[in-house]
Design a protein around this ligand. Sequence first.
Ligand code: ADP
Ligand code: MG
Length: 480
Amino acid sequence: MIANKDCKIVWNKCLGVIRDILQNEQLFNTWFRPIVPLQLENSVLTIQVPSHYFYEYLEEHYIDLLRKTIRRELGNGAQLRYTILMERTIGSGTNVVLPSTGYKAVHNLPKDMPININTENAKDFPNPFTIPGIQKVRIHSQLNGNYTLENFVEGECNRLARSAGYAIAENPGRTSFNPLLIYGNAGLGKTHLAHAIGIKTKEKYPDKTVLYVTAEQFSQQFREASANQTVNDFMHFYEMIDVLIIDDIHFWENRVQKTQEAFFHIFNYLHQRGKQIIITTDKAPADLAGLESRLISRLKWGLSADIQAPNVETRMAILKQKLANDGVEMPHEVIEYIAYNINTNVRELEGALISLMAQSSLNKKQITIDLAKQMIDKFVKNTAREITIDYIQKVICDYFNLPIESIQSHTRKREIVQARQLAMYFAKKMTKASLAIIGLQCGNKDHATVLHACKTVTNLAETDKQFRFWVEELEKKFNQ
Ligand code: ADP
Ligand code: MG
């Protein structure tokens, strides 16, 4: 299609009006300058927009402005048609009727554009979307080759997420797990699994474009694109992806509104075309209150699979696998000791193992259970393990061989009163809980009782030898 003269004149008039109304040069340059008028026939103005996103954005934000301006120039019967440049997947000439606006959009597609870019070394293009006009470029997936599915130990804690990941890699975009949302606390393997799915997909489908990106990188890229007025290239780039992995999207909570909006469009674009989306976050979708609600509703479309903290068998299996990968041998009792003592998350588990191996090789010491104990004592203290009031009560009751309910009871029996006072003393010392909360949890007492208990324990520990012994023994147990 060649722009006829009238068409250009009409469009230029429209642009003048739009510019005046917008009063914002940057918005004007971003959203109206790139539009090319193509044809004017029977009051139907056809404009070419650079991308599908661009078209959606105009429809969402500027349709009223466009409608008014075009009707002003062409009368009430005026219609607007869009042609989308570089649309890849919809067949030529697809008609899309948009009932919301009464306008018709026609996707009129050019043939595949020739690409004269050396695609051999995709690493040369760390940000390919900054290069306009590229349609097919080999995109570097940003996947970490160590994070394979084979290296990802399966356990009760991650079974659902792992098997969904496996199914996706076999059939990306074609399972009902789209999007796949993996959620769980830090250090439990979300990033590892997300990479693993990407790697497996690439093994099976080398031609698919897989991309791993953190939510932070994504918003950074978007910010740069906005500043450089290259949002369209940014959108094109993401529209080319077959399997898009975005890590840690809780990073967007209560911020980066525009990034969320851009992602929403990319999500829709890819999802509609059967492309796979994989997302990780540190909380369940229902708790992601700081994200745009329409985005949250999309995230619930597929499967949300959580990863829990591993149980002791899985922790052992993870340790054994890391050792096997590194070709290091370690006595079974040492592995067991680490697995039993580090139960918070896998990153800490690995950290402990690495420190132990480093200790032994630096000091030329054999890895023994004693070395492990020394090292883990240091390690666990450093990592501020959280001790709860419940846990304190349990340890004290176990130590004195009392039923745990006795602390909650109203009995005035001496041994129980003492256990209760010890629980209050340690709760004050080892948790951040207020006196009121401690009192509430230790037999529904008030804060003055807790304060009194703390004083009593301190006094007794100074004057009574037996009592001091108990306090010291319990202290050791809490610091283990
Ligand atoms: P997250 O992204 O949830 O914070 P990561 O994926 O970064 O956690 O995992 C932390 C570390 O623990 C990584 O080195 C990862 O390889 C390891 N890891 C976590 N889960 C497993 C598992 N099931 N099997 C093997 N290694 C694991
Ligand atoms: Mg992570």
